[in-house]
Design a protein around this ligand. Sequence first.
Ligand SMILES: [Zn+2]
Length: 158
Amino acid sequence: MARVGQGWDLHRLAAGGPLRLGGVEVPFDQSLVGHSDGDVVLHAVADALLGAAAAGDLGVHFPSSNPALRGVDSAILLAKVAKLVGERGLRIGNVDVTILAERPKLAPFMAAIQNRLAELLEVEPARVSVKAKTAEGLGAIGRGEAIAALAVALVEVA
Ligand SMILES: [Zn+2]
């Protein structure tokens, strides 16, 4: 049996880099603002996995009311989510992510983000897909005020 989950996240951009995206440091003069490091890619993937496991969302497991989580490396959170999914008897089938960002150009970083996600999820890179799109200059993302990420995850009952 297979189960699917979806995840979506958005964080505001503020002056001062570097940008943390998909667990990778991307040279840029802005970074994402959040209670944690604001890594929208890792948050969307974590929510997709939690959704597939019907196990709530990132905010339930790592509440922003917890001061210990302030500025936490989201890689730690995603690795914990992957572990939780495994403990529920589920095995990650594949993950597909779309990043919505007007700038910077992310094409040079796609492979690094794919490999980093695979490492955190403890799956082979072929099970992870990462894509990036702009918002054609429209809305908050198009104006470069925010970056968002969408993710779907398929898990299999091990
Ligand atoms: Zn987030």
